[in-house]
Structure formats: structure tokens, C-alpha cells
Write a protein that binds this ligand. Structure first.
Ligand SMILES: Nc1ncnc2c1ncn2[C@@H]1O[C@H](COP(=O)(O)OP(=O)(O)OP(=O)(O)O)[C@@H](O)[C@H]1O
Ligand SMILES: [Mg+2]
Length: 410
């Protein structure tokens, strides 16, 4: 049959799409849409006679945040299929359409929204773009200076967190997780003690260039934090209710019944007798309760992004589980994005969609949680995953991390 080769090629692409979607936990809707796009591209390539020249089209898909990139390599370098058909034509006829799960749209007006670039012999076509742009960090570098010497804690990292997404940042102690998180709302010491380079966009505004007033609108109100040690973050001389009320008043000066809001927030994090607890001082509460108060304080401002830095490390295991379940529950109810910083791969699955692995100030690996857990690539990630204790396993030696091997493989 005349089109045998084309049919085989489309089938191959469709299997690739299926694998790609499974690896990235993308739902059937996205799979359908991607197939549609690839068929369209392929049909256009055939139409322009590319296949007739005996070349092979190699399609490579990747996902970062809400953006899916399709790279099309032309087997015959002297012939560029896309240059025969301008990029917009390749995806013409595809309707704008919302895709579940990712919250992405096909872009109808591709001249503005779809970038088409030819990069070092490859055609890169960005076909899906996330509409609700939230946090985007680009080439972030953080340097500390003291006593004439300086130390680069973060060496050029880029990542994004999309609306409603849940991302874990894992990495060894000192890899730069906390300082990266703190730089997002400029909580680090000012210059010259600390120098920050790069760009941090919050809803398309560069946070590093904002004035104090604009920054205040983001801090706490749009992005809230929970830190590891609740006792260090709560002020011992004020009641917990008072402290949450202060946060509410600062960010929502118009609220009439502040106490009512605080009690509601305490109830939402599972604190019983919330009215009575309002007047309790931090030392009167257990560690787990204090962490719930911290979460209530962070949530009282209805943030779009919650940054939780080792929120369960100081707690015992049963309380850890309650806090994780609470975060899961709140995320679902509010469609709030979460950036969870942890060493513990055990708490990531079930709570985070995506994992970013940091090692010595750099991002060394990124992918969907299931993909990273099943098939970790970086030696540090492999070592961390092999440290997860498994139920039902009798005695098992914990693997220590062999840094010389990691460095050799880098
Ligand atoms: N204020 C500061 N002044 C100087 N150096 C700092 C400061 N804050 C952090 N650092 C250094 O920056 C590096 C990154 O620290 P960071 O707290 O981000 O690590 P981390 O990945 O969060 O580690 P952990 O898992 O132990 O919390 C460390 O070497 C730390 O000593
Ligand atoms: Mg830290």
C-alpha cells in the first residue's frame, strides 16, 4: 500500500506519545491532544514531500512545568522539513482546547504564543504553553560574602511551579534548597552579605526588581512559608491566636471579624477546641500542634503557593503522617500550589507531582515523581531512593552515599 511507511511512522509516534504520557503522569486527554498534534505535523511533513526524500523524522518530547516541547530532528541535515512548511502551518486546524490535569491550552494564536526555533540542527516546536503563569525562576545564583571570602551556595538554577502544582525539592544538606526558597520572596540578607543574580518571576513580575510595597503584596499573601522548627518561628510571648490574627490583619486590613477568621483557620488544620486554643501560648502546645498553628498561619492569608521547608522533620512519625495528610487535603480543597522541601523521598509520593533534585547548588535532575522513583538517573537521586525503608523488609543496611562515585559520574 502506498502509505504503508507513513502509517508505520504514525503508529510509532503514537506509541512514543503513550510512553511519554505514562512517564509524565499525563492523562488520556493530553495523550489524545499530543497525538493529534503529531499527526498534524506528520501529515504536513508528508505533504511537503519530506518522507519522499527517504529521511527519518525523529520526534523527542519533554515536559518542564506545564510546557511540553516537541523536538523534531531531521534525519537528513541538508533538508529541513519545517523550513518548507512554516511552523504555524504545521499545527493549523487544531482547535483551542483546555486539557485537564495540566491546565494548559492549545494556543490558537500561535504567532505570539508558539515559539518555533531551530536549535543546533534540531527543530524545536513548543506547542503547549501553560496559561496561568505563576512562579518561574531563571538562572538563579546566590552568593554569600563574609570576611573577605565568598561562597556560591546556588549556581544557576531554573525551575517553575505552575498554578495548583505540587513540586518537591530534594537534595542533601547544604545543597541550597532553603536559600533558594527564601530568595523567592527576598527573605535573605541584603547586599553585600548576600548577592542574588538571575530572575524570579511571580505572575510575570520580576520579584528581584520590586519595591518594598509590591513585595509585601506577594510575601505572605501570595506565597507563604512553613519552616522546619515551629518553636523557632512562633513568638513565645504572644498567644497563637494573636499571632495568626496579626498575619490576617496585615494582609487583609478589610476583614471585620478577625478572630472568627483565625478560629476558622485553626479548625481547618484540625485543631479541636479552636476557640479555647486561640488564647494558648506556643509552649502550651505539642510540637505537632505548633506545626498545625504554623500551617494555619500560612494558610490564613490564602496563598497561591505554600513553601513548606522540611515541615515534618522535627515531628514524630505518626504526627508526620497527619501533617502530610493535612497538606494533601488543603491542597485539594484550595487548588493551592505546594513547594515541598525535604530529604525524605518517602513523603513525596502521593503528595508531589514533580521532583527537582538539587546537588551542591545545582539542579541535577527533574521529572515526574513516578518517573524519578522508578528510574532515577543521577547517582545522588539513586542513593537517596535506595535509602527509603520498605515495610516488610527485615534487617536492611542503610546505604550511605558514595560522594567520590557521584563526582566521578558527573
Ligand atoms: N546567611 C548565610 N550566610 C552564609 N552562608 C549561608 C547562609 N545561609 C545559608 N548559607 C550556606 O548556603 C548553603 C546552602 O544552605 P541551605 O540552607 O540552602 O541548604 P539546604 O539545602 O536547605 O540544607 P538542609 O537540608 O540542611 O536544610 C550552605 O552551605 C549554607 O551554609
Ligand atoms: Mg534547608
Amino acid at each position: 500500500m502506498k502509505y504503508d511507511a507513513e502509517i508505520t511512522e504514525i503508529k510509532r509516534l503514537s506509541t512514543d506519545v503513550e510512553d511519554f504520557c505514562a512517564r509524565n503522569s499525563l492523562n488520556k486527554d493530553v495523550e489524545f491532544a499530543l497525538n493529534l498534534v503529531l499527526e498534524e505535523i506528520f501529515a504536513n511533513i508528508c505533504l511537503h514531500g519530506y518522507n519522499g526524500k527517504g529521511g527519518k523524522v525523529d520526534v523527542e518530547m519533554s515536559k518542564s512545568g506545564g510546557v511540553i516541547r516537541i523536538e523534531i530532528s531531521d534525519g537528513a541535515p541538508e533538508f529541513n522539513p519545517l523550513s518548507q512548511a512554516p511552523a504555524p502551518d504545521l499545527i493549523s486546524g487544531i482547535e483551542e482546547r483546555e486539557i485537564g490535569g495540566l491546565g494548559v491550552h492549545f494556543i490558537k494564536n500561535f504567532t505570539d504564543e508558539v515559539s518555533y526555533k531551530r536549535l543546533s540542527g534540531k527543530n524545536v516546536l513548543t506547542i503547549l504553553k501553560n496559561i496561568p503563569q505563576m512562579l518561574e525562576v531563571k538562572n538563579l545564583k546566590i552568593k554569600f560574602n563574609s570576611g573577605g571570602s565568598s561562597f556560591e551556595a546556588v549556581k544557576g538554577i531554573s525551575f517553575r511551579v505552575d498554578k495548583g502544582e505540587s513540586v518537591a525539592i530534594v537534595g542533601e544538606s547544604g545543597s541550597g534548597k532553603t536559600v533558594s526558597a527564601m530568595s523567592i520572596t527576598r527573605l535573605l540578607p541584603p547586599k553585600p552579605a548576600c548577592e542574588i543574580e538571575g530572575e524570579i518571576f511571580w505572575e510575570n513580575q520580576n520579584v528581584l526588581k520590586l519595591g518594598a510595597k509590591e513585595l509585601q503584596k506577594i510575601r505572605g499573601a501570595k506565597i507563604s512559608y512553613i519552616f522546619q522548627e515551629p518553636s523557632a518561628s512562633l513568638n513565645p510571648v504572644f498567644s497563637v491566636g494573636y499571632q495568626i490574627a496579626e498575619a490576617v490583619k496585615l494582609h487583609f486590613p478589610g476583614v471585620k471579624n478577625v478572630k472568627g477568621e483565625v478560629v476558622k483557620a485553626l479548625k481547618e488544620v484540625g485543631i479541636r477546641n479552636a476557640e479555647e486554643r486561640y488564647n494558648a501560648y506556643p509552649h502550651e502546645l505539642s510540637g505537632g500542634m505548633q506545626q498545625r498553628v504554623m500551617i494555619a498561619m500560612a494558610l490564613a492569608c490564602r496563598p497561591d503557593l505554600l513553601i513548606a521547608d522540611e515541615p515534618t522533620t522535627a515531628l514524630d512519625v505518626t504526627i508526620q503522617k497527619q501533617i502530610i495528610d493535612l497538606l494533601k487535603d488543603v491542597r485539594k480543597k484550595r487548588n493551592m500550589a505546594l513547594m515541598l522541601i525535604t530529604h525524605n523521598f518517602g513523603i513525596i509520593s502521593g503528595l508531589c507531582d514533580r521532583v527537582i533534585v538539587m546537588f551542591r547548588g545545582r539542579i541535577v535532575e527533574e521529572g515526574s515523581t513516578s518517573q524519578i522513583l522508578k528510574n532515577p538517573k543521577h547517582p545522588y537521586t539513586k542513593a537517596l531512593i535506595s535509602c527509603i525503608p520498605h515495610l516488610g523488609q527485615k534487617s536492611r543496611k542503610l546505604n550511605s552515599i558514595d560522594y567520590s562515585q557521584i563526582e566521578a559520574e558527573q
